[in-house]
Design a binder for this molecule. Sequence first.
Ligand code: ADP
Ligand code: MG
Length: 389
Amino acid sequence: MAIRKIDELNIKDKRVFVRVDFNVPIEQGRVTEPHRIDSALPTIRLVLSSAKKVIIASHLGRPGGKKSAEWSLAPVRDYVEQALATPVTLAPDCIGAEVEALVREPHPKIILLENLRFHKEEEKNDLDFSRALASLADVYVNDAFGAAHRAHASTAGMASFFHEKAAGLLLFKELEYLGRILSSPERPFITILGGAKVSDKIGILQTLLSKVDALLIGGGMAYTFLKARGAGVGKSLVEEERLTLALEIAAQAEARGIPFLLPVDHVVADTAKKNPSTVEGDIPPDFLGLDIGPKTADQFSTEIRKARMALWNGPLGMFEVNEFSRGTISIAKTLAESRAISIVAGGDTVAAITKAGVEEKITHLSTGGGATLEFLEGRKLPGIQALET
Ligand code: ADP
Ligand code: MG
């Protein structure tokens, strides 16, 4: 796999197309969660420092192949302009005569193309649309890791029109850390998995099972494992059709002789999610487990402190509700204080890290949701393959 990094390209006086993932939450015309934009700014600054023209492109939401004011990137333009302290021009579209004219002129230097998904051809990876996008620039840079699992025109199709193409700094960093998990993790390497459902995590469980030195399972998915072992789980979330799979996974972990930790105590509540209390062992019939208990947090922490590399995906409880966030937050803090190279993946898990206030102490917060999971499942991502030269 030969993928170049942006700093290996000669972009001096070139027109550089930068595909980013600026698909951010917007409320009343303002960006409310700019993490994804901020993550791509180093790449944009780097391009800006020597290129002739920076052409930034992103999708936003699901406008369904039609132009609409609701899904305009105008609020993103405002945010980027302020962040870079340089004027940013929003093009009226992402292809067409007006855009071509804007690209030809020496000014403005930074152009943000309008929402790629205003054209249905984007998601269809249409050849003519790819060609039209490619015609705007001399060099192609992809920094949109969050969209790399999609074979769309701007993430895959257009790359074939460029000889000069590379991964942006953010995308490269993702490949570096996530790639290392798959190829040569520091050992002991542990994985902490949580979240609502086993079925969301089967792929990653199966790929990582043969690589980890310990597997720690909490969150809603733990109850399927506990029930499969015959434990009382009350009204907790259980996927009946995954019970056999849960047993197989537990058996594989045992066969490998690695620690395989499930919760030993729980923060439970009644079915209205009220009256929280802590129980050890079996959960009474009318209660549901909504967080790991303190003993479990201690056991997990002991493994985390031994680790040299740790991957965490999936909150260990319903952390959005304060009463059920303690387990997740304590594990976030332990991970932050540990010596391990820490990699956190998943939108909700990254939100939990932010809630715990330890984001500065985590080695790598992955910006891809589906893309990160697919990568860790060992699948080839179209957006990455398209960069191979
Ligand atoms: P990520 O986005 O990080 O990949 P997931 O989407 O897989 O994480 O899981 C996050 C969701 O799992 C959260 O909404 C959280 O409330 C839920 N969750 C975690 N533990 C439990 C639990 N014990 N019962 C019900 N839901 C849970
Ligand atoms: Mg999620």
